[in-house]
Design a protein around this ligand. Sequence first.
Ligand code: ARG
Length: 577
Amino acid sequence: MNIRELLSEKVKSAMLAAGIPDECQPMVAPSKKAGFGDYQANGAMGAAKKMGSNPRELAAKIVAQLALDGIAEQVEIAGPGFINIHLDSQWLSTQLGNAERDDALAIKPATTPQTIVVDYSSPNLAKEMHVGHLRSSIIGDALVRILSRLGHNVIRQNHVGDWGTQFGMLIAELEEQLSESDSAGMALSDLEVFYQQAKAHFDRDSAFADKARNYVVKLQSGDAKVLALWQEFKRVSLEHSSEIYRKLNVTLTDDDVCGESFYNDDLAPLVGELQAQGLCQEDQGAQVVFLPELADKEGNPSPVIIQKQGGGFLYATTDLAAIRYRANNLKAERILYFIDARQSLHMQQVFTLARKAGFVADSISLEHHAFGTMMGSDGKPFKTRSGGTVKLAALLDEAIERANAVITAKNPELADTTDIARKVGIGAVKYADLCKTRTNDYVFNWDTMLSFEGNTAPYLQYAYTRVQSIFRKADIDPNTLSGPVEIASEQEKSLAIKLLQFGEILAQVADDAMPHILCTYLYDVASLYMRFYEACPILKSDVEPGTRDSRLRICHAVARTLETGLDMLGIEVSERM
Ligand SMILES: NC(=[NH2+])NCCC[C@H](N)C(=O)O
């Protein structure tokens, strides 16, 4: 149980004992300001309102029933009825000592583990991955890591775009280029260029355009030759994505790919079912669902086309089939989508229609976790200088190169910087994204993200390295320290409380799918550690051995928390920097 849960339970019992109705909540949270205790219980005000009594008197009744012996050293009532709880240093010492020893640190597994499907990254295989897929990949992966760590059964779904009319054109082009090229890998070494070639070919050569259209039909009817070409195209394109995932330290593998093509056979029956349920109607030859639930300001229902005139299916049709599969076959209890905010209406339509058609039970939580756009310094969506889309592969190489320059300038004595530059460069790009409130746009800036000051990956990685250097200097393996942790100073106390909040923070990130909360937390840990380090000498000769060992154990808890927290964000640390 984490501190918040423990205090909530205690305050709740006190409220019941004070005769407060069960529906009133204790409202326990860490105090926002110094001087108001470490935690606050704010439930007295709400309860007093409900009961028509005086909030301060009610708070006093709660405090009279509150059994926090050994947990809190002082409880006081402030303002209109806040209950301020000052935690007991001895109790914190024991808690932190236990956490430092525990493999799980202060992280407690979820009480009810769920099956959670996470749809993320999901690039279109016809083109090279670009910066637009960066946010989906790294935010989605952070959630996957956190949810797994909390004990949930997480199923990754890389819903790649591997189907649709454009593949006729691409396969026809591949066939032609293969007669001149040695391998598909060579012909497709630059997907962007290849796509442009195919498109130009399609536009200028009507015989080729006919062939491309014919290949779409053949692909859909399962023609062996066309299918083989398509598979080859898909294989090479997925290799490109896998390389980026490896570079980015994103956990997606080929096993997680469940692309649009997977649902192909399901689309016609699905439209049939919607027809049978009377949910869709014909409109100019197309099959359309009108959703009054999502009506615009004038009251016009929101139209969702699920089958085009001529029979073709759409993005929404595939997403409906996918959501049904995830609910029924994968047995998801929560389905999370990490997709650009510009697809919000699409997701709302899919969720509303899926519920209406009974494809997903009400008990299943459907969540579109939208994110904003990555902007350039000009305040417009991030582009190359010539206005083209920035390829992810090139961006990541540049990050590593820049990180290398920054770390060699900082520490010219470092022997081999290859591995450190990779961790710092990739970490900086990921952290700069993850530390911003997900729903906002943010400006991509190399200098800020690679800075060793402020809320950045290099700052946190460096904080970790500094702690590790203390153990090296003392020539001590922190795992062998056996004396107790003693929380004596104010700096030790606030650091201890912060460290013990790790589990609370993760539970919140898991609920809201907001990784920036974890980033802020890790930054707070590192900052409180710096304060502690300034105020509490560790290896000075006049420090008592018991105090030294206690402080070393606190350092160890800090290092492990930073390492584990960064790992949950998919960011690696180094022993030296
Ligand atoms: N189930 C989904 N619609 N997932 C997101 C797919 C994203 C789409 N392939 C794109 O690149 O924009």
